[in-house]
Every structure is written in C-alpha cells, then in structure tokens.
Write a protein that binds this ligand. Structure first.
Ligand SMILES: Nc1ncnc2c1ncn2[C@@H]1O[C@H](COP(=O)(O)OP(=O)(O)OP(=O)(O)O)[C@@H](O)[C@H]1O
Length: 229
C-alpha cells in the first residue's frame, strides 16, 4: 500500500540543517499494524507526517497504492489526505466550538457528503466508539479518553485506507490508554491499516509489526505472529 524509498527529510539548511530522516526504506502492506518506536528526536513524527502527505521528503519518494505522492499537486494532496488518511493525534485536535457529532461529521462534509448522511454516519461512528450518548457534548465536556474516541470516530468518517496515529495514548492514563489501544487493535482486526508512533513498549506486545528508529534511520523491523489471547 505504502512504499517509502530512500527518503530523507532535512529541516533548515547550511550549518543549522537537521537531518531528521536519513535514507528510510519502509513498506506498509494493507492490513498491517505497524508500531514506530525510538528515542525522542529520532524522526518518528517526521516519518508519520510524510506517510500522511502532510509534508514532502527532501530526497527520495513515497508511493501510495503505486502512485507517487511527489506527482500530486497541492489540491490533489489535500484530497488524498481527506479521503485516504485518517489522522489521530496525541492532543486530539478536535474543534472546541463543535459538538462531538459535528467534529466527526466535518471531514465527511468537506468530502461533499450531504449534512443528513454525514450526521447519520457520525452517529454510527460514535456508537462504534461507545459515545453515542455524548454526541451533543463539546470537547471541553468530555474526558481525555472520550475526546480521543471522538477523534478516532472522526478519522474513520471517509473510510480511509490508512490510519496514522501519533502517540494516541500519550495524554491518557493507563486505563483510557488501554481502551484506545483496544479500539485500534479491533479496527486492525477488521482490516484497517494502521501506523502508530508510540513510546509505550507495553503496547508493542500486541502489535504484529514493530519498527525501531534511531538517528533518522530504521534499525530494526520485526514481524511477529501474535498469540491470540
Ligand atoms: N519543523 C522542524 N524544523 C526543524 N527541525 C525539526 C522540525 N521538526 C522536527 N525537527 C527536528 O527533527 C528531528 C526529528 O524530529 P521528530 O519530531 O520527527 O522526532 P520524534 O522521534 O517524533 O521525537 P518525539 O518522540 O520527541 O516526538 C529532531 O531533531 C527535531 O528537533
């Protein structure tokens, strides 16, 4: 599905240049759940941003379903992000003035889905994350775990090919973190492809593919059979 070929990302130039990624090669297949691990500053978020077409490589190429992202113009990239990628952030990034349901419906409306249909699907997605009883609440009226569940529902609205999660449990206590992880694992069992940055080695026991980074490089990529509990 996604192929990262000899990708470099350099921020700045000259003496202050930071080489955040140094020649990354990575393939993500449909149905994979990839955990990206590594010390702070090793380039995990930079790689995730490139996978999500939120940024462009300084060198190298990324293909998505055999299409090179480098060939897309700004408008095509925006459509690609809207329709094919679901983003989940550590800080939730919900719109504070919109209710849970409105937040979930928004990307669908951007994609041209009519209000009635978008609201109907938003309600179903909130049901899937067990929050249909909070659909009219504002983000400020929800707990951290609930906000992240709204964000997951929002990420699913346009039925994306790929879900990208940047430390989705980073701002949550262990109980809520576990719930979010279970939700993501279930989505993967249903066939969703997920790439997740995490600092929490505990989760990686449950994830089939663990990719470790250091100093802008991949140092290990482990594919494992999981023991079904
Ligand atoms: N916009 C930017 N401008 C300049 N340098 C940047 C920028 N974004 C990231 N960097 C640098 O690139 C390197 C990799 O950063 P990145 O955020 O990808 O690492 P990370 O592994 O996600 O770190 P963390 O776990 O702390 O979030 C770091 O040295 C960082 O300071």
């Amino acid at each position: 599905m996604i192929s990262v070929n000899k990708v470099w990302k350099t921020y700045g130039s000259g003496e202050t240049a930071v080489h955040a990624l140094r020649g990354i090669d990575l393939n993500v297949m449909k149905g994979d759940f990839v955990a990206l691990l590594g010390p702070s500053g090793c380039g995990k978020s930079s790689l995730l941003h490139l996978l999500g077409a939120m940024d462009v490589p300084s060198k190298g190429d990324i293909t998505f379903n055999d299409q090179s992202l480098g060939n897309l113009n700004q408008r095509q990239l925006a459509e690609h992000r809207l329709m094919r990628i679901g983003f989940i952030f550590q800080t939730f990034n919900l719109i504070p003035s919109l209710t849970a349901m409105e937040n979930v419906a928004l990307p669908m409306k951007f994609a041209g889905v009519g209000t009635k249909e978008a609201n109907h699907k938003a309600h179903q997605l909130l049901e899937q994350v067990q929050l249909s009883n909070r659909s009219t609440h504002l983000p400020s009226e929800l707990s951290g775990g609930q906000r992240q569940r709204v964000a997951i529902a929002r990420a699913l609205g346009n039925n994306p090919d790929l879900i990208l999660a940047d430390e989705p449990t980073g701002n949550l206590d262990s109980e809520n973190g576990e719930m979010i992880m279970e939700l993501l694992l279930n989505l993967n069992r249903e066939g969703r492809t997920i790439v997740m940055v995490t600092h929490n080695p505990e989760w990686t026991d449950k994830i089939s593919r663990v990719v470790r980074m250091r100093d802008g490089k991949l140092i290990e990529s482990q594919q494992r059979e999981l023991q079904i509990k």
